[in-house]
Design a binder for this molecule. Structure first.
Ligand code: THU
Length: 143
């Protein structure tokens, strides 16, 4: 993937932080998901008073895409931190295990790229397979 596209995905993910709904954790996450057709789906985390209905930013983006008929993906960029932490500071926000499993439903383990960013010029890049080794997928169920 071209550098300029990686930077665009990260910048788009950063823009989503302002939509993040986090009255309980105050931890803001933004995501930008690139489809094979070149469209970018965005997502933020959306919390809930009952806690478990909370949806992560990554799954928001993936579910938006699937619900609009797009299910071929190239990469996702993720940014996240406690509210108030300056962009570029704090930790990398790696996707939670549930989001990795949802990615594995739709994304190729060897080629789908997960970009975990602190800032436009500060990020880690992994394949999904690196983040979810020995994945249980539809292949196990002959699908
Ligand atoms: N969160 C995400 O949105 N993505 C992740 O991969 C890690 C966790 C959200 C869920 C919750 O709103 C907050 O971060 C704290 O767990």
């Amino acid at each position: 993937m071209e550098q300029v596209m990686i930077e665009k995905l990260i910048d788009t993910a950063i823009e989503q932080l302002k939509f993040s709904y986090t009255p309980y954790s105050n931890f803001k996450v933004g995501a930008a998901l690139l489809t094979k057709s070149g469209k970018i789906y965005t997502g933020c985390n959306i919390e809930n008073a009952a806690y478990t209905p909370t949806n992560c930013a990554e799954r928001t983006a993936i579910f938006k895409a699937i619900s609009e008929g797009n299910k071929e993906f190239v990469a996702i960029a993720i940014v996240g931190n406690k509210a108030g932490i300056k962009q570029g500071e704090g930790d990398y926000c790696a996707p939670c295990a549930v989001c990795r499993q949802v990615m594995a439903e739709f994304c190729d383990l060897d080629t789908f790229k997960v970009i975990i960013a602190k800032d436009t010029d500060d990020y880690l890049e992994h394949t999904l397979g690196e983040l979810l080794p020995l994945a249980f997928t539809g292949k196990n169920l002959d699908k």
